[in-house]
Design a binder for this molecule. Structure first.
Ligand SMILES: NC(=O)c1ccc[n+]([C@@H]2O[C@H](COP(=O)([O-])OP(=O)(O)OC[C@H]3O[C@@H](n4cnc5c(N)ncnc54)[C@H](O)[C@@H]3O)[C@@H](O)[C@H]2O)c1
Length: 438
């Protein structure tokens, strides 16, 4: 038994990362890890690889790297698997996505070409713009879930993996709200047998992951595992889950700037956000039903950070608009504009303009790595159900029922690091610091 902290099984053997969707984000992630392993690039943007964590008092000067503080899987021990509705291997898919330069892809081409997607669980109705041919068939949704469980078992034995995690990096599905079939495990399983239309493909993957006892993280805004049936099943099976929607680009900026305005008690009249992007994600989001899922996820952020109910005079009446326009020439290189109308002392008005020329998948790839490694850590630490401490990575963090999500990125980071300190039995850091002046 350990004296302090939480017992964590060692990160021995291979970790298989199963990616749902082998598109821009997934291929940028896989190619990046392979390039980093060969010393061709640095893991910029990854907290698990580059981040440090302060321990104890400031006078102790203890700030190890996070990866030296908690036992994380080593990059050398990672193997990749994927499902996609297109048969392209990861090299062809990466070339198609056009995020990374050919030179770099050619240097890791062998590893990428060997990653061939398994047949997907997919239904046109949930992603209207895509037409693929690498799709499973079955007599009902339960049978499709069983096929995924079989894929998982086969992958594990063929690749000699010790542990697995699954990350959803597939297209955003149409907007779904929680309904009766999502409310209990029994109703959900009956719904799988009945092929209930309220059960989207992403839910079938999440169900299969939890059944196969592997952690599941959702990088898209779909409802997916954010329903009582799956959170209960995850708790019952001792499986960590988290989501939703990788926090990159514009929302990342929003959750950096809004806490600053609020900290200084500066008022907000309106925040207008618009984007142009031309990748496949942009094409899928060009459909109004799919965009609605994304819009909901993007809109919730400001309300929770600014707390209009506590500060009606500052935030009681702001207008928040989010648009995404599909514009093919830009490919993955999105441009996000924000116009922020604020007011200060005596109500005097000011404006902030942001023009973020970002690269969507470059921002998302390190998040996939961190989530996979932290979810594997959580599983080895016997953490189960919703992992709210990973809110740092999401636009619409999953929480326990009745809790509002924490969106302020600085609070999210503090929560993440305090969770790691707690795991290792270190003092939590409150930043009080009065003792330095005693
Ligand atoms: N890039 C970012 O910054 C970012 C941020 C937040 C969320 N996301 C989300 O991550 C997801 C992936 O983004 P992307 O840019 O890689 O998109 P993409 O279109 O390049 O890749 C998605 C892949 O998923 C596949 N797919 C769709 N449905 C599937 C299914 N049921 N099973 C298996 N594969 C399926 C598609 O064929 C495609 O290859 C999207 O949902 C996107 O909204 C991305």
């Amino acid at each position: 038994m350990i004296e302090k902290g939480v017992e964590i099984a060692p990160a021995e053997g291979k970790l298989g990362i199963l990616l749902v969707g082998l598109g821009a984000v997934s291929t940028t992630f896989v190619a990046g890890v392979e390039a980093i392993k060969r010393g061709l690039a640095q893991p910029v943007g990854s907290l698990t690889q580059m981040g440090t964590i302060r321990l104890g008092k400031r006078t102790e000067h203890r700030s190890p790297k996070i990866k030296d503080f908690v036992p994380l899987a080593d990059l050398e021990d990672i193997v990749f698997g994927a499902w996609d509705i297109f048969k392209d291997n990861a090299f062809d898919a990466a070339m198609n996505a056009g995020v990374l330069e050919k030179d770099l892809l050619n240097q890791v081409s062998e590893q990428l070409a060997s990653l061939k997607p398994m047949a997907a669980v997919f239904e046109q109705n949930y992603v209207k713009r895509l037409h693929g041919e690498n799709i499973k068939t079955g007599k009902n949704k339960m049978e499709l879930a069983e096929q995924l469980v079989a894929d998982i078992a086969r992958f594990k034995s063929e690749n000699n993996c010790d542990r697995l995690v699954m990350v959803w990096a597939a297209s955003t599905e149409i907007f779904l709200e929680e309904s009766e079939v999502h409310r209990s495990i029994e109703a959900f399983e009956k719904g799988l047998y009945d092929s209930d239309p309220a059960i989207a493909p992403s839910m079938i993957y999440a169900y299969a992951a939890i059944k196969a006892r592997i952690p599941f993280a959702n990088g898209a805004p779909n409802l997916t595992a954010d329903i009582p049936a799956l959170t209960k099943l995850a708790e019952q099976n001792g499986i960590p889950i988290c989501g939703k929607d990788f926090k990159t680009g514009q929302t990342l900026m929003k959750t950096i700037i809004a806490p600053g305005l609020k900290a200084r008690m500066l008022g907000l009249d309106g925040w207008y956000s618009t984007n142009i992007l031309g990748n496949r994600d942009g094409e899928v989001l060009d459909d109004p039903e799919n965009f609605k899922t994304k819009e909901e996820s993007k809109l919730s952020v400001l309300e929770h950070i600014l707390q209009p109910e506590s500060h009606p005079e500052l935030y009681g009446d702001f207008s928040h608009v989010v648009r995404i326009n599909y514009y093919p020439p830009r490919g993955d290189n999105k441009e996000g504009w924000d116009n922020i109308d604020i007011f200060g002392w005596l109500g005097y008005k000011m404006q902030i303009k942001i023009d973020f020329l970002c690269r969507d998948s470059i921002l998302a790839a390190p998040l996939v790595l961190d989530l996979a490694l932290f979810m594997d850590l959580a599983h080895r630490a016997k953490m189960r159900g919703v992992q709210e401490w990973l809110s740092f990575y999401f636009k619409a963090p999953q929480t326990a029922p009745g809790l509002y999500p924490e969106h302020d990125i600085f609070i999210q980071l503090k929560k993440l690091k305090n969770t790691l300190r707690h795991m290792r039995g270190e003092d939590l850091i409150t930043h009080l610091g009065l003792e330095y002046y005693d």
